[in-house]
Design a protein around this ligand. Structure first.
Ligand SMILES: Nc1ncnc2c1ncn2[C@@H]1O[C@H](COP(=O)(O)OP(=O)(O)OP(=O)(O)O)[C@@H](O)[C@H]1O
Ligand SMILES: [Mg+2]
Length: 288
């Protein structure tokens, strides 16, 4: 695995330097990480490349991830088996979260299964999300963050942002890592005015369910929205309306689109003016 990851990191560096992504296989572009496919000894892995970290941030990050996985497990949330791997580079080490590829992603399953099954899955997922989240344990419950295992149980895959707070309500995650992928001029503003607001959504079951349902639109699964709304409204107060879902989706889509544009601008600034490398792989145009 070590060698394979070092080789992957070399290919990523080359892709960053040349903008040619033909030698890497990108499974997903997150807002924070890039997910790359890696085949080793006949097995396939999803390798999530995090923003470059200073060495001193690695152990605290690992501790937060371990605590997060344990807390989710205690609530009955299965998680993809995940390890944090450090890969040396010329500069700051690259940090990867490595998981076996889940071959039954929930989004794909929902596209092909019948209405009764969608209803049953909605009941189970809404119940799992609302019984897991509280003000010290958060979830990014979006539909693209779940898979199904051989028992048909939900498996949570998006574990790279450990959403866990200590007894004082302080995030265990160093939130500067979370905003490292933003252009430098934006970071103070986001840190000061937006971060608390963004994070608080993950620790609130109603907000997490609203986000989950609104994202059906991005996944082109609009027909599942009424069913999930009905189920969610059995547990949240005040009920979530279709109008709220549509409004939320629009503003969320606009926000991420603006952010991606700023990142692309920042990338050309870093490369052309500052003559520096840009450390993140960015998606092309996202259809929202
Ligand atoms: N273990 C896995 N098996 C199969 N596909 C995966 C796996 N992990 C991630 N993916 C694919 O990559 C996408 C993005 O992964 P993930 O949700 O972990 O990160 P993210 O959304 O980029 O997170 P963040 O925004 O917090 O960086 C998933 O929605 C899924 O399509
Ligand atoms: Mg995700």
């Amino acid at each position: 695995m070590r060698e394979a990851l070092e080789n992957l990191e070399r290919r990523v560096s080359r892709a960053l330097a040349t903008d040619d992504q033909s030698r890497i296989d990108v499974l997903g572009y997150g807002e924070i990480s890039t997910v790359l496919r890696l085949d080793v000894d006949g097995r396939s892995y999803a390798c999530k490349r995090l923003p470059p970290f200073p060495e001193s941030a690695i152990e605290p990050y690992r501790t937060a991830c371990t605590a997060y996985l344990a807390a989710l497990g205690e609530r009955g949330v299965r998680t993809a088996s995940s390890t944090i791997e450090i890969v040396p580079t010329g500069g700051e080490p690259a940090v990867y979260c490595v998981q076996p590829i889940e071959d039954r992603l929930l989004v794909d399953h929902l596209r092909t299964t019948g209405r009764n099954d969608v209803a049953a899955l909605a009941e189970r997922l809404v119940s799992l999300v609302s019984s897991t989240i509280d003000d010290r344990l958060g979830l990014d419950a979006q539909i693209s963050n779940w898979a199904l295992d051989d028992d048909g149980e939900f498996v949570y895959i998006d574990v790279t942002t450990p959403l866990i707070r200590d007894a004082n309500g302080t995030e265990m995650l160093d939130t500067d890592l979370f905003i490292a992928s933003l252009p430098a001029f934006l970071r103070p503003v986001v840190r000061r005015f937006l971060l608390g607001e963004i994070l608080s959504h993950y620790y609130d079951a109603r907000a997490a369910l609203l986000d989950l349902i609104a994202n059906f639109k991005k996944e082109r699964l609009d027909e599942a929205i009424p069913l999930f709304l009905e189920v969610a409204n059995g547990t949240v107060e005040p009920p979530i309306t279709r109008k709220e879902v549509d409004r939320y989706y629009r503003s969320d889509a606009v926000m991420w689109e603006v952010l991606q544009r700023l990142r692309r601008t920042d990338r050309s600034w870093q490369r052309r003016i500052r003559r520096r490398g840009y450390p993140f792989l960015l998606p092309g145009k996202v259809d929202r």
